[in-house]
Design a binder for this molecule. Sequence first.
Ligand code: ADP
Ligand code: GN1
Ligand code: MG
Length: 371
Amino acid sequence: MSGTDANKAVLEAIERFDFPGTFIDYARHGNGHINDTYMVRFEQEDGSVKKYILQRINTSVFKNPDAVMENIGLVSNFIREKVKANGGDPEREALTIVFAKDGKPFFDAGESFFRAYLYIDGAVSYEAVEKPEDFYEAGFAFGRFQYLLSEFKADDLSEVIPGFHDTGARFERFKQVVKEDKVGRCKDAAKEIQFVLDRAADMTVCMDKLKDGKLPLRVTHNDTKLNNVMMDEKSGKAVCVVDLDTVMPGLSINDFGDAIRFGANTAAEDEVDLNKVSLDLNLFEIYTKGFLAGCNNSLTDEELKMLPMGAKMMTLECGMRFLTDFLEGDVYFKIHRDNHNLDRARCQFALVADMEKKMSDMDEIVRNISK
Ligand code: ADP
Ligand code: GN1
Ligand code: MG
């Protein structure tokens, strides 16, 4: 879609939602790799300005966006009731869907599929840990999110991306993509491809534990990046977990692990200077404390034992996903420069290599916190 067409589509979507007040403007918002996010402003009768989030859902990633919205409606309503029961502010501590004028929780424009939320005011999300306390807060928020959803009926949720964190299935697909080499890029990534192939034995470890009944299936967030939690600008406390697109049955160790992958890396996710990439054990410890406190100590012994493996596997899986996308011609994740997905993959693999060296340190930290 050209820039002009995209703008037209956004303006039409703004018309279709039931936003009270007079439209002021809209602007791109956030740094997600999947959806297009906008902040929309409306002037109210009393002259105040109210903000909303408008998002174009990426329908090549989410093939059934109606089901995504149904999941989000169920989960956010469930969380809202918990917030109310605890005397919290439901408009800030839960995501609130803004309905379209036709009463649907989305606007389906054919080529584009939009949804809208109340904007969580007075809160920010971070792309990197600025203060260690922020990371504790993020850990607490994601742990708490999972704990709150422990009473939610998992069967009510659609599996919107089947096998989202089935690392073994992703590995099979990776090998197929390498074999086909459709856009001729395998020659540019020989070392990285080998890095993945060398870890074939790791790929099914977590899912095997699920199949064997050693790890429980829970309702999880599945995309626990630091920038998916809103933090209060003043108090620094976590306010609300956002980006609920991938809330599905999953493994607690994956929610833990993906947050470590992103937030406990001493470098950005796409850092090209690999000397800067490492696992910050201090941040690992801080996040672990926050996450376990948020989970209200509800994790089983096997889950606790497997947390470090969750961190390694989410990093390896994510690197493999970036590499797969590079080898397929950048069709899944948004990129902002040439070789962006390859850079992201290299950075994840450097982090995996460092985690492998620090596995026993991570084990010890988890043991000390959970004893
Ligand atoms: P993506 O799936 O593309 O990552 P997100 O749903 O995470 O999209 O939104 C992108 C960013 O927009 C988030 O990182 C967050 O900063 C911001 N955001 C999302 N929802 C809200 C909201 N309801 N209120 C305020 N900011 C939000
Ligand atoms: C995507 O949407 P965003 O940017 O929060 C991706 C995650 C990856 C992440 C890597 C639906 O998350 O799975 O871990 O990029 N989301 C989806 O940064 O694929
Ligand atoms: Mg996001």
